[in-house]
Every structure is written in structure tokens, then in C-alpha cells.
Design a protein around this ligand. Structure first.
Ligand code: GDP
Length: 445
């Protein structure tokens, strides 16, 4: 999901990473593009504006000077701001359903995924929280919808209220309430009727049902692919019915994703869950950090920056970055990397955070790589002359023997180190060549 937005932001930040320092102008230029990207992703204009303003203020502030690279710092600020906008006080996955039987009203337009989501939530409550759940369909205009819920109920092992022909929605809601009490249910989910668009009759009906059961939660189910329409739908339902949360469906598709951001910013309502497919398990608790990470589409680069900031001198990192971008990576660079890895929780911790390094990480794990190995490798590098470190190609047999002996190790150990240095130099070269796209996607950028 969010492909468009992530690519767009990726392009903007790739450009920034190539610059030494980040001026106010740079930030402004970047923010113009971020703004276009947000609008293209169907984030509403006021939300985009507000978002940009907050990011701009933070990016031109003092924090930037301490960054690994200015671009990475901006990425992190954008990322943090996305999370700030997307996060509320509540725990999205925890519905307020104490005091059984708790009524939960499911509302939304037809085709948004309401019935599917009702069943997904029922399954989740049953399996994760051990709740006894009852579902009832109030969609009297569409018998097929009522049957669909019954079929899903059988499939997931959750009871549904028996269908009685000719009953109106309010009567069904009353019956569900009674049945939930008598049957000792913890929760009952009411799948209300949808319409193709918002109309008075629909609203009046949902309102009447609401007044009969006084729902503990009223969840609006909207198609996440519909962008701003989804936000308008939420505003309408909230104004008339009052909603307590939102479920965004079809987030498995390549939608424009802005809905999540606008939804939260405009309605102030928490996004509780996201639907990620048609299967009954394809429902996830809404996670601001995950969504923000996906919007940016940069693996865990943000975590990498955070960690790097703790241990890296900004200038040193910048110097190294420039060398890497040129494809330069000698034994001094390797030594610096190895020392950082020790500081950052070892090879595994570091590699795991760099998307492009997964393969190398695997090789190192296979080779039984750990901190002891890192220390031994540093000892080998220490045993080299300055010249040798700067130009590892000098290392012929006699030099190798001397260096290995100096570190109390075998030539084969040194050969492994040389191989690793060559691989990393190659990787750096490739990243440098990929430039714009590669540096961030491939890690290290
Ligand atoms: P309702 O009219 O709002 O009750 O919508 P339904 O629950 O009947 O869903 C309409 C269609 O969307 C069905 O084919 C569902 O399988 C599908 N659907 C629901 N949620 C999702 C989702 O998160 N991802 C995908 N890909 N399809 C979904």
C-alpha cells in the first residue's frame, strides 16, 4: 500500500542525501515536493498543509545539524510527524467491550467490506480475547447479505442471530440484545445495512438502531482505496451517528493511502484496524509506526538513524558517506564499520536494519559471525601498515603472512577479511551507481 506516496517521498529524500548541509531553502524545496506527494496520495489539502508546516519547522531547526546525513534526518522528522498525526491516546486493537453483553455497531457504505470486517473482528475477539460473540445482520433489503454473514459465522465458529423473515432492523437489534443477554454472550456485533451513498433513510435507520442498543463501540468500515471519499463518509457518519473508530479495508491493494492520514487528521477518530485481504485472518491492528514506515517505504532506515545518532559523530559519518558514494571502501573504512558494529549491538543488529544487507547478513551468520570475530578482524587490520590499509590490493603472500602472524592468526583468516572488504567495496560501488534510488532502498544511504 501507499506505493505512490512512498516512491515520491523516496525521490525527494534521495536528492537530499546527496547534499552536505540542509539549508532553509533545501527544506522548503523538499517540502514542496512532499506536499505534492501527499496531495497525489489523496491527502486532503488542509491536512497536507498542516503536516508540511510541522515538518518544515522541525527540519529547519537545530536537530538537523546532528544528523547522519541531512536527508536521513528529514526522513526521520517526516516519519515522526506521520506517527504523531496517526497516533491517538487509545490502544486501537482494544475495543471497549467490558460489561457483557457489549453492543458493537458496524456501519458504512455498501461494498466497503462491512460484513467481512464484522466477521473478522468477531473471529479476532473469539480467538485472541476468548470472547463469546454473537453476530446479527440488519440488512433486511439484501437477504444475500444476511446469508453471507451466516455463512461466515459458520466458517469461523461464531454464532449468528437466526434470520426471521419480514423483521425490521430495529426489531432485529432488539432481538439480538435479548439473545446476547440470555445466551451469555460477551459481545454482539450488529452489521447494519449499507447504501451506495449516504442517504437520509439509511442514517435514520442506523440512528434508530443505535438508540435501541446504545453501542459501546460504533465502527465505521470504509474502503481505504476511496481516499477522500472515505474521509467524507466518516465525517457524515460521525456527525449523524457518532463513531468511535474506523476500519480501513483493502489496504492490501495499491491504494493511494492518503486516507489514513486525512482520516485521522480530519475526523480525529482513531483508525482501529486495517483490512488486508478477503480472508478471515486478514485484519491487523492499526499501527502508526508500521504505516508511517510503509508510507516512507524505506525499511527500518529510521531505526538505523536513531541508533546511529547515539553513537556516531555526524562529521565522520558524512565523510564516510561521501567515500561510499564514490565506491571507495578500504580497510580503514572496514575497521570503522566493524568498530561501529560492536557499538551498535554487533553485526546482526546492524545488518538486520539495512534492507540491502540481508544477503551478507545471512553469509555472516552462516560463517558463525559474532563479536569475537569482529574483534579478531579489527586486530588483523591493526596489524597492517597505513599503506596496506588504504590500498588492500598491495597484500601479496609475504605481506599476508606478516600481518596474520602479527595478529596471531592464520592467513586464511586474513583472506576471509579481504574477501569481506572486497564484497563490501563492491556493494558500495553498486549503491553509488544506483545513486538516487539505490542509496536509500539499499541501506546505508
Ligand atoms: P459490505 O457490503 O460492506 O458488507 O462489503 P462486504 O463485506 O460484502 O465486502 C465486499 C467485498 O470486498 C467482498 O468481496 C470482500 O471479500 C472484499 N473485502 C472486504 N475487505 C477486504 C480487504 O480488506 N481487502 C480486500 N482485498 N478485499 C476485501
Amino acid at each position: 500500500m501507499f506505493e505512490n506516496l512512498s516512491e515520491r517521498l523516496g525521490g525527494v529524500f534521495d536528492r537530499l542525501t546527496k547534499q552536505g548541509a540542509l539549508s532553509e531553502d533545501d527544506v522548503r524545496t523538499a517540502m514542496r515536493e512532499v506536499r505534492v506527494a501527499l496531495l497525489e496520495a489523496d491527502v486532503s489539502l488542509p491536512v497536507a498543509r498542516q503536516f508540511i508546516k510541522a515538518v518544515e519547522k522541525k527540519a529547519t531547526g537545530a536537530a538537523v545539524t546532528k544528523s547522519v546525513t541531512p536527508g536521513q534526518q528529514v526522513i526521520k522528522i517526516v516519519h515522526d510527524e506521520l506517527i504523531a498525526v496517526l497516533t491517538g491516546d487509545e490502544d486501537p486493537g482494544r475495543l471497549k467491550i467490558d460489561n457483557p453483553p457489549a453492543p458493537v455497531l458496524m456501519v458504512g457504505l455498501q461494498g466497503g467490506g462491512k460484513t467481512t470486517t464484522t466477521a473478522k473482528i468477531a473471529k479476532r475477539l473469539k480467538e485472541r480475547e476468548g470472547k463469546k460473540v454473537l453476530m446479527a445482520s440488519l440488512d433486511v433489503n439484501r437477504p444475500a447479505a444476511m446469508e453471507q454473514l451466516a455463512i461466515l459465522g459458520t466458517q469461523i465458529g461464531v454464532d449468528t442471530l437466526p434470520i426471521v423473515k419480514g423483521e425490521d432492523p430495529v426489531a432485529i437489534a432488539r432481538r439480538a440484545k435479548t439473545q446476547a443477554s440470555l445466551g451469555g454472550y460477551d459481545v454482539y456485533l450488529l452489521d447494519t445495512a449499507g447504501r451506495l451513498s449516504i442517504d437520509e433513510e439509511l442514517m435514520a435507520q442506523v440512528e434508530a438502531v443505535r438508540d435501541v442498543v446504545t453501542p459501546r463501540e460504533t465502527l465505521l468500515v470504509v474502503d481505504g482505496l476511496t481516499g477522500q471519499d472515505a474521509v467524507h463518509t466518516a465525517e457524515n457518519f460521525d456527525a449523524r451517528i457518532g463513531i468511535s473508530g474506523v476500519v480501513l479495508t483493502r489496504m492490501d491493494g495499491d491504494g493511494r493511502g492518503g486516507a489514513a492520514l486525512s482520516m485521522r487528521a480530519i475526523t480525529g477518530k482513531p483508525i482501529r484496524f486495517v483490512g488486508l485481504g478477503e480472508k478471515m485472518d486478514a485484519l491487523e491492528t492499526f499501527e502508526p509506526s508500521r504505516i508511517a514506515g510503509r508510507i516512507l517505504g524505506m525499511g527500518d532506515i529510521v531505526a538505523l538513524v536513531e541508533k546511529a545518532q547515539e553513537v556516531l559523530e555526524a562529521e565522520q559519518a558524512e565523510r564516510m558517506m561521501k567515500r561510499f558514494q564514490k565506491g571507495q571502501f578500504n580497510m580503514n573504512d572496514l575497521k570503522a564499520q566493524l568498530e561501529q558494529m560492536l557499538k551498535m549491538g554487533g553485526m546482526q543488529g546492524m545488518m538486520a536494519m539495512m534492507p540491502g544487507m540481508a544477503k551478507m547478513q545471512k553469509q555472516m551468520e552462516d560463517a558463525g559471525f559474532d563479536d569475537t570475530v569482529i574483534k579478531r578482524q579489527i586486530a588483523l587490520i591493526n596489524s597492517m601498515t597505513k599503506k596496506e590499509r588504504a590500498n588492500p590490493d598491495l597484500l601479496q603472500a609475504s605481506r599476508k603472512k606478516r600481518i596474520a602472524a602479527g595478529a596471531g592468526q592464520d592467513v586464511s583468516d586474513l583472506n576471509k577479511l579481504l574477501k569481506m572488504q572486497r564484497q563490501m567495496a563492491d556493494a558500495m560501488k553498486k549503491l553509488g551507481k544506483m545513486g538516487k534510488k539505490g542509496l536509500l532502498r539499499g541501506g546505508l544511504g
